[in-house]
Design a protein around this ligand. Structure first.
Ligand SMILES: NC(=O)c1ccc[n+]([C@@H]2O[C@H](COP(=O)([O-])OP(=O)(O)OC[C@H]3O[C@@H](n4cnc5c(N)ncnc54)[C@H](O)[C@@H]3O)[C@@H](O)[C@H]2O)c1
Length: 247
């Protein structure tokens, strides 16, 4: 059990984020929940009342997320676990996209993680304690069409985590990655609306013959940020029902 430790969860109002918040609260964390979507944050704090403090913030704004980290540390206490579930993707072919779109994808899926990790890590290093879990995607490991720049960012998240894991093991801080396969969330629903046959095709390819539920992803986070995983660092866990099996 986390015994009142603080977890900072980003993308907290999303499909997976909400399940992660609920699971970490059940594990005994007090959760600082960060998301840009004010309406969905209100829903989240309505559903998971105790143990969650909401912070509405655009995580692609370095100063704004820096100020949130400062507030969390002063108002709630030292961040023990940082979990980044933030993400966004559309489904277009690379050749149809423009550089404004690429910049948004890179800002949400990669830069936002740098902006929150830096101020949190500074404090974790001072305390010589902490754990970080980031969300990639199997798209970042095996590639996928119609999500080209997103896939590049998600591969970047893996490299970022492995490199940070090497730099910071000396302080007792571990960095790991959850790499979801298709998961039943608003993000997937958006993709299915654009391409209705996608779900049947996906399900046929998944050995367990179902897409993941957000709680499947939250269970992996729960383990990775627990003391039971304190000797595990720089690793990627694919929660994909066996869809992706790569070394
Ligand atoms: N759902 C899937 O099938 C799937 C598959 C592979 C990987 N993933 C990854 O898992 C993670 C969670 O995905 P999800 O399905 O829950 O997505 P989601 O869209 O339901 O949630 C993402 C959350 O990020 C928030 N967000 C977006 N831009 C933001 C910004 N600038 N500042 C602050 N918050 C912002 C959104 O408001 C949203 O609540 C993402 O990193 C995603 O890439 C999801």
């Amino acid at each position: 059990m986390a015994r009142g430790r603080i977890a900072l969860v980003t993308g907290a109002a999303g499909g997976i984020g909400r399940a992660v918040v609920a699971r970490l609260v059940a594990d005994g964390f007090r959760v600082a929940a960060v998301d840009i979507d004010e309406a969905r944050m209100t829903e989240l704090t309505g559903a998971v009342r105790d143990g969650v403090t909401p912070f509405v913030c655009d995580q692609t704004d370095e100063a704004a997320i820096g100020a949130v980290v400062e507030r969390v540390e002063t108002e709630l206490g030292p961040v023990h676990a940082l979990v980044n579930t933030i993400g966004w993707v559309g489904t277009t072919r690379f050749i149809e996209e423009d550089s404004d779109y690429w910049r948004k994808i890179i800002a949400v899926n990669l830069e936002s993680i740098l902006y929150v990790t830096h101020p949190v890590l500074e404090r974790m290093i001072e305390r010589k304690a902490g754990t970080v879990c980031n969300f990639s995607s199997d798209a970042g490991r095996i590639g996928t069409s119609c999500e080209v720049v997103y896939s590049a960012c998600k591969a970047g998240v893996i490299a970022l985590c492995k490199s940070l894991a090497r730099e910071n093991a000396r302080y007792g801080i571990n960095f790991n990655v959850v790499s979801p396969g298709p998961t039943d969330t608003p993000l997937l629903k958006e993709e299915i609306e654009q391409n209705p046959e996608l779900i049947q095709r996906m399900t046929r390819l998944i050995p367990f013959r179902r897409v993941a539920q957000p709680e499947d992803q939250a269970a992996a986070v729960s383990f990775l940020v627990s003391d039971d995983a304190s000797y595990i660092t720089g690793q990627v866990i694919s929660v994909s029902g066996g869809l992706t099996m790569v070394d």
